[in-house]
Design a protein around this ligand. Structure first.
Ligand SMILES: NC(=O)c1ccc[n+]([C@@H]2O[C@H](COP(=O)([O-])OP(=O)(O)OC[C@H]3O[C@@H](n4cnc5c(N)ncnc54)[C@H](O)[C@@H]3O)[C@@H](O)[C@H]2O)c1
Length: 286
Protein backbone atom coordinates (compact mmCIF):
# COMPACT_ATOMS: atom_id res chain seq x y z
CA UNK A 1 0.00 0.00 0.00
CA UNK A 2 1.79 3.09 -1.24
CA UNK A 3 -0.63 6.02 -1.32
CA UNK A 4 -1.59 6.35 2.32
CA UNK A 5 -3.03 9.87 2.38
CA UNK A 6 -6.69 9.90 3.41
CA UNK A 7 -6.66 6.22 4.39
CA UNK A 8 -7.74 4.97 7.83
CA UNK A 9 -5.62 2.92 10.23
CA UNK A 10 -6.62 0.95 13.33
CA UNK A 11 -3.78 0.31 15.78
CA UNK A 12 -3.97 -1.77 18.95
CA UNK A 13 -1.57 -0.87 21.72
CA UNK A 14 -1.68 2.61 20.18
CA UNK A 15 -1.23 4.44 23.49
CA UNK A 16 2.46 3.69 23.79
CA UNK A 17 5.68 2.43 22.24
CA UNK A 18 5.69 0.80 18.82
CA UNK A 19 1.97 1.33 18.16
CA UNK A 20 2.27 5.04 18.90
CA UNK A 21 5.48 5.32 16.85
CA UNK A 22 3.67 3.80 13.85
CA UNK A 23 0.69 6.11 14.45
CA UNK A 24 3.01 9.13 14.26
CA UNK A 25 4.52 7.86 10.99
CA UNK A 26 1.04 7.40 9.51
CA UNK A 27 -0.14 10.79 10.79
CA UNK A 28 2.73 12.47 8.92
CA UNK A 29 1.32 10.90 5.74
CA UNK A 30 -2.25 12.12 6.27
CA UNK A 31 -3.71 8.84 7.59
CA UNK A 32 -6.73 9.01 9.92
CA UNK A 33 -6.11 7.05 13.09
CA UNK A 34 -8.12 4.87 15.44
CA UNK A 35 -5.95 4.07 18.46
CA UNK A 36 -7.20 1.18 20.60
CA UNK A 37 -5.68 0.42 23.96
CA UNK A 38 -6.76 -0.87 27.34
CA UNK A 39 -4.97 2.08 28.96
CA UNK A 40 -7.86 4.56 28.80
CA UNK A 41 -6.05 7.72 29.92
CA UNK A 42 -2.94 6.77 27.91
CA UNK A 43 -4.85 6.29 24.68
CA UNK A 44 -6.76 9.53 25.16
CA UNK A 45 -3.51 11.42 25.73
CA UNK A 46 -1.95 9.83 22.63
CA UNK A 47 -4.94 10.77 20.44
CA UNK A 48 -4.95 14.31 21.87
CA UNK A 49 -1.25 14.74 21.07
CA UNK A 50 -1.75 13.46 17.50
CA UNK A 51 -4.79 15.70 17.00
CA UNK A 52 -2.75 18.63 18.36
CA UNK A 53 -0.24 18.07 15.57
CA UNK A 54 -2.99 18.15 12.93
CA UNK A 55 -3.97 14.47 12.59
CA UNK A 56 -7.48 13.04 12.85
CA UNK A 57 -7.24 10.62 15.77
CA UNK A 58 -9.85 8.66 17.67
CA UNK A 59 -9.10 7.11 21.09
CA UNK A 60 -10.82 3.81 21.85
CA UNK A 61 -10.60 1.90 25.10
CA UNK A 62 -10.32 -1.76 24.15
CA UNK A 63 -9.03 -5.04 25.55
CA UNK A 64 -7.73 -7.13 22.63
CA UNK A 65 -8.10 -10.33 24.67
CA UNK A 66 -11.88 -9.83 24.50
CA UNK A 67 -13.36 -10.38 21.02
CA UNK A 68 -16.47 -8.36 21.90
CA UNK A 69 -14.29 -5.42 22.95
CA UNK A 70 -12.40 -5.55 19.61
CA UNK A 71 -15.72 -5.75 17.74
CA UNK A 72 -16.93 -2.69 19.64
CA UNK A 73 -13.69 -0.87 18.75
CA UNK A 74 -14.20 -1.77 15.07
CA UNK A 75 -17.78 -0.45 15.23
CA UNK A 76 -16.57 2.84 16.72
CA UNK A 77 -13.91 3.15 14.00
CA UNK A 78 -16.43 2.55 11.19
CA UNK A 79 -18.91 4.98 12.81
CA UNK A 80 -16.26 7.69 12.85
CA UNK A 81 -14.30 7.10 9.63
CA UNK A 82 -16.54 4.85 7.47
CA UNK A 83 -13.81 2.35 6.57
CA UNK A 84 -10.45 0.91 7.60
CA UNK A 85 -7.47 0.17 5.33
CA UNK A 86 -4.51 -0.51 7.64
CA UNK A 87 -4.71 -2.65 10.77
CA UNK A 88 -1.81 -3.06 13.15
CA UNK A 89 -2.43 -5.86 15.65
CA UNK A 90 0.27 -4.74 18.01
CA UNK A 91 -0.92 -4.75 21.64
CA UNK A 92 1.24 -7.15 23.58
CA UNK A 93 2.70 -8.01 26.95
CA UNK A 94 5.85 -9.78 28.08
CA UNK A 95 5.94 -12.71 30.48
CA UNK A 96 9.03 -14.61 31.45
CA UNK A 97 9.53 -17.37 34.01
CA UNK A 98 11.04 -20.74 34.73
CA UNK A 99 9.08 -23.55 33.00
CA UNK A 100 7.62 -25.92 35.56
CA UNK A 101 6.59 -23.07 37.81
CA UNK A 102 4.64 -20.79 35.49
CA UNK A 103 0.98 -20.71 36.57
CA UNK A 104 -1.46 -21.67 33.81
CA UNK A 105 -3.41 -18.48 34.49
CA UNK A 106 -0.28 -16.55 33.46
CA UNK A 107 0.02 -18.62 30.29
CA UNK A 108 -3.63 -17.96 29.40
CA UNK A 109 -3.20 -14.23 30.10
CA UNK A 110 -0.35 -13.83 27.61
CA UNK A 111 -1.84 -16.16 24.96
CA UNK A 112 -5.16 -14.29 25.12
CA UNK A 113 -3.42 -10.95 24.50
CA UNK A 114 -0.42 -11.74 22.28
CA UNK A 115 -2.02 -14.42 20.10
CA UNK A 116 -5.80 -14.23 20.42
CA UNK A 117 -5.62 -10.42 20.34
CA UNK A 118 -4.09 -10.72 16.86
CA UNK A 119 -6.66 -13.34 15.82
CA UNK A 120 -9.51 -11.09 16.97
CA UNK A 121 -8.13 -8.18 14.96
CA UNK A 122 -7.78 -10.31 11.82
CA UNK A 123 -11.18 -12.02 12.02
CA UNK A 124 -13.01 -8.77 12.69
CA UNK A 125 -11.19 -6.46 10.27
CA UNK A 126 -10.62 -8.68 7.19
CA UNK A 127 -14.31 -8.58 6.19
CA UNK A 128 -14.41 -4.83 6.82
CA UNK A 129 -11.39 -4.26 4.54
CA UNK A 130 -12.79 -6.55 1.84
CA UNK A 131 -16.13 -4.79 1.96
CA UNK A 132 -14.80 -1.45 0.62
CA UNK A 133 -12.74 -3.06 -2.16
CA UNK A 134 -9.89 -0.52 -1.92
CA UNK A 135 -7.40 -3.03 -0.54
CA UNK A 136 -5.64 -2.97 2.77
CA UNK A 137 -2.71 -4.00 4.87
CA UNK A 138 -2.39 -5.95 8.13
CA UNK A 139 0.72 -5.70 10.28
CA UNK A 140 0.94 -8.18 13.13
CA UNK A 141 3.56 -7.29 15.71
CA UNK A 142 5.60 -10.39 16.52
CA UNK A 143 9.23 -10.00 17.63
CA UNK A 144 12.70 -11.41 17.08
CA UNK A 145 11.36 -13.78 19.76
CA UNK A 146 9.19 -15.16 16.94
CA UNK A 147 12.35 -16.50 15.29
CA UNK A 148 14.69 -17.07 18.19
CA UNK A 149 14.03 -19.16 21.31
CA UNK A 150 15.69 -18.18 24.58
CA UNK A 151 15.43 -19.67 28.04
CA UNK A 152 13.05 -18.19 30.64
CA UNK A 153 11.04 -16.53 27.88
CA UNK A 154 8.88 -19.53 26.91
CA UNK A 155 5.43 -17.92 27.18
CA UNK A 156 6.42 -14.79 25.26
CA UNK A 157 8.40 -16.78 22.68
CA UNK A 158 5.57 -19.27 22.10
CA UNK A 159 3.10 -16.48 21.37
CA UNK A 160 5.50 -14.69 19.03
CA UNK A 161 6.41 -17.85 17.04
CA UNK A 162 2.64 -18.35 16.71
CA UNK A 163 2.15 -14.82 15.40
CA UNK A 164 4.89 -15.32 12.79
CA UNK A 165 3.39 -18.63 11.57
CA UNK A 166 -0.12 -17.20 11.60
CA UNK A 167 1.00 -14.14 9.62
CA UNK A 168 2.73 -16.31 7.01
CA UNK A 169 -0.57 -18.21 6.49
CA UNK A 170 -2.48 -14.94 6.25
CA UNK A 171 -0.05 -13.46 3.73
CA UNK A 172 -0.71 -16.38 1.37
CA UNK A 173 -4.47 -16.34 1.90
CA UNK A 174 -5.07 -12.63 1.77
CA UNK A 175 -2.77 -11.50 -1.07
CA UNK A 176 -5.27 -12.62 -3.75
CA UNK A 177 -7.96 -10.77 -1.78
CA UNK A 178 -6.09 -7.45 -1.99
CA UNK A 179 -4.76 -7.40 1.57
CA UNK A 180 -1.03 -7.36 2.28
CA UNK A 181 0.27 -8.93 5.48
CA UNK A 182 3.55 -8.47 7.35
CA UNK A 183 4.90 -9.72 10.65
CA UNK A 184 6.85 -7.02 12.45
CA UNK A 185 9.83 -8.65 14.16
CA UNK A 186 11.87 -6.04 16.03
CA UNK A 187 14.70 -6.60 18.44
CA UNK A 188 14.98 -4.27 21.40
CA UNK A 189 12.85 -1.13 21.17
CA UNK A 190 12.72 1.61 23.81
CA UNK A 191 9.13 1.21 25.08
CA UNK A 192 7.27 0.29 28.25
CA UNK A 193 7.09 -3.43 27.39
CA UNK A 194 9.26 -4.36 30.38
CA UNK A 195 6.56 -2.85 32.59
CA UNK A 196 3.90 -5.26 31.32
CA UNK A 197 3.14 -5.95 34.97
CA UNK A 198 1.16 -2.70 34.87
CA UNK A 199 -1.55 -4.66 33.00
CA UNK A 200 -1.76 -7.65 35.31
CA UNK A 201 -5.14 -8.77 36.58
CA UNK A 202 -5.00 -9.95 40.21
CA UNK A 203 -5.31 -13.61 39.08
CA UNK A 204 -1.97 -13.45 37.23
CA UNK A 205 1.43 -13.69 38.96
CA UNK A 206 3.30 -12.06 36.10
CA UNK A 207 6.96 -11.65 35.15
CA UNK A 208 9.22 -13.56 37.53
CA UNK A 209 12.53 -14.20 35.77
CA UNK A 210 15.97 -13.08 36.91
CA UNK A 211 16.47 -12.13 33.25
CA UNK A 212 14.17 -9.12 33.79
CA UNK A 213 17.05 -6.81 34.91
CA UNK A 214 19.27 -7.20 31.81
CA UNK A 215 16.20 -7.10 29.56
CA UNK A 216 15.14 -3.73 31.07
CA UNK A 217 18.57 -2.38 30.18
CA UNK A 218 18.48 -3.68 26.60
CA UNK A 219 15.03 -2.14 26.11
CA UNK A 220 16.05 1.19 27.61
CA UNK A 221 18.94 1.30 25.15
CA UNK A 222 16.73 0.06 22.31
CA UNK A 223 15.70 1.54 18.99
CA UNK A 224 13.30 4.48 18.93
CA UNK A 225 9.67 3.44 18.23
CA UNK A 226 9.51 6.32 15.73
CA UNK A 227 12.28 4.69 13.69
CA UNK A 228 10.38 1.39 13.81
CA UNK A 229 7.28 3.23 12.53
CA UNK A 230 9.21 4.52 9.52
CA UNK A 231 10.67 1.07 8.83
CA UNK A 232 7.15 -0.38 8.79
CA UNK A 233 5.91 2.23 6.30
CA UNK A 234 8.76 1.35 3.90
CA UNK A 235 8.19 -2.40 4.37
CA UNK A 236 4.49 -1.99 3.48
CA UNK A 237 5.48 -0.25 0.24
CA UNK A 238 7.86 -3.14 -0.52
CA UNK A 239 5.28 -5.76 0.64
CA UNK A 240 7.90 -7.42 2.86
CA UNK A 241 6.52 -10.40 4.79
CA UNK A 242 8.94 -10.18 7.74
CA UNK A 243 9.90 -6.74 8.97
CA UNK A 244 13.24 -6.86 10.76
CA UNK A 245 14.93 -3.91 12.43
CA UNK A 246 18.07 -5.29 14.06
CA UNK A 247 20.75 -6.40 11.63
CA UNK A 248 23.08 -7.13 14.58
CA UNK A 249 20.76 -10.04 15.48
CA UNK A 250 21.43 -11.82 12.17
CA UNK A 251 23.57 -14.52 13.93
CA UNK A 252 20.51 -15.85 15.79
CA UNK A 253 18.64 -16.28 12.50
CA UNK A 254 21.69 -18.02 10.98
CA UNK A 255 22.08 -20.32 14.00
CA UNK A 256 18.44 -21.39 13.81
CA UNK A 257 18.61 -21.96 10.04
CA UNK A 258 21.77 -24.07 10.45
CA UNK A 259 20.24 -26.11 13.29
CA UNK A 260 17.10 -26.76 11.22
CA UNK A 261 19.10 -27.81 8.18
CA UNK A 262 21.26 -30.05 10.32
CA UNK A 263 18.25 -31.82 11.86
CA UNK A 264 16.44 -31.97 8.55
CA UNK A 265 19.51 -33.48 6.91
CA UNK A 266 19.05 -36.53 9.20
CA UNK A 267 15.40 -37.11 8.18
CA UNK A 268 15.92 -39.48 5.23
CA UNK A 269 18.60 -41.57 6.99
CA UNK A 270 16.58 -41.66 10.22
CA UNK A 271 13.55 -43.12 8.42
CA UNK A 272 15.69 -45.65 6.52
CA UNK A 273 17.40 -46.74 9.76
CA UNK A 274 14.07 -47.00 11.60
CA UNK A 275 12.58 -49.14 8.80
CA UNK A 276 15.64 -51.42 8.84
CA UNK A 277 15.44 -51.82 12.66
CA UNK A 278 11.73 -52.59 12.49
CA UNK A 279 12.08 -55.17 9.73
CA UNK A 280 14.99 -56.81 11.60
CA UNK A 281 12.90 -56.96 14.80
CA UNK A 282 9.83 -58.27 12.96
CA UNK A 283 11.81 -60.93 11.05
CA UNK A 284 13.29 -62.05 14.40
CA UNK A 285 9.78 -62.61 15.84
CA UNK A 286 8.47 -64.66 12.85
N1 LIG B 1 9.84 -3.17 23.01
C1 LIG B 1 10.47 -4.17 22.46
O1 LIG B 1 11.71 -4.35 22.62
C2 LIG B 1 9.70 -5.13 21.59
C3 LIG B 1 10.44 -6.02 20.77
C4 LIG B 1 9.75 -6.90 19.94
C5 LIG B 1 8.38 -6.90 19.93
N2 LIG B 1 7.69 -6.04 20.73
C6 LIG B 1 6.21 -6.09 20.66
O2 LIG B 1 5.72 -4.81 20.33
C7 LIG B 1 4.35 -4.72 20.74
C8 LIG B 1 4.10 -3.37 21.38
O3 LIG B 1 4.80 -3.32 22.61
P1 LIG B 1 5.71 -2.08 23.04
O4 LIG B 1 7.10 -2.57 23.08
O5 LIG B 1 5.38 -0.90 22.25
O6 LIG B 1 5.26 -1.95 24.57
P2 LIG B 1 4.37 -0.88 25.35
O7 LIG B 1 4.10 -1.52 26.67
O8 LIG B 1 5.05 0.45 25.33
O9 LIG B 1 3.04 -0.80 24.50
C9 LIG B 1 2.10 -1.85 24.50
C10 LIG B 1 0.71 -1.25 24.52
O10 LIG B 1 -0.22 -2.33 24.48
C11 LIG B 1 -1.27 -2.03 25.39
N3 LIG B 1 -1.92 -3.27 25.82
C12 LIG B 1 -1.42 -4.26 26.60
N4 LIG B 1 -2.35 -5.21 26.78
C13 LIG B 1 -3.45 -4.83 26.09
C14 LIG B 1 -4.71 -5.40 25.88
N5 LIG B 1 -5.07 -6.56 26.45
N6 LIG B 1 -5.60 -4.74 25.10
C15 LIG B 1 -5.27 -3.55 24.53
N7 LIG B 1 -4.09 -2.96 24.72
C16 LIG B 1 -3.18 -3.59 25.48
C17 LIG B 1 -0.58 -1.32 26.53
O11 LIG B 1 -1.50 -0.56 27.31
C18 LIG B 1 0.44 -0.45 25.80
O12 LIG B 1 -0.10 0.82 25.49
C19 LIG B 1 4.10 -5.93 21.64
O13 LIG B 1 3.37 -6.91 20.92
C20 LIG B 1 5.49 -6.43 21.95
O14 LIG B 1 5.51 -7.81 22.23
C21 LIG B 1 8.31 -5.16 21.55
Amino acid sequence: MENLSGKVAFITGGASGIGLGFARSLARRGVKLALADRDESGVQAAARALSGSGAEALAITCDVADAASVQHAADQTIDRFGKVHVVMNNAGVALSGSSGSIPLTDWRWIVDINLMGVVHGVEIFVPLIERHGEGGYIINTASMAGHWASSFMAPYTATKFAVVGYSECLAQELAPRGIGVSALCPGWVKTKIAESGRHLPSSVDGPQSDAAGPIHELINNGLSPDVVGEVVIQAMAEKRMHIFTHDDMRPVIDLRRDALQNDFGRAADAVREAEARLSETLSGTE
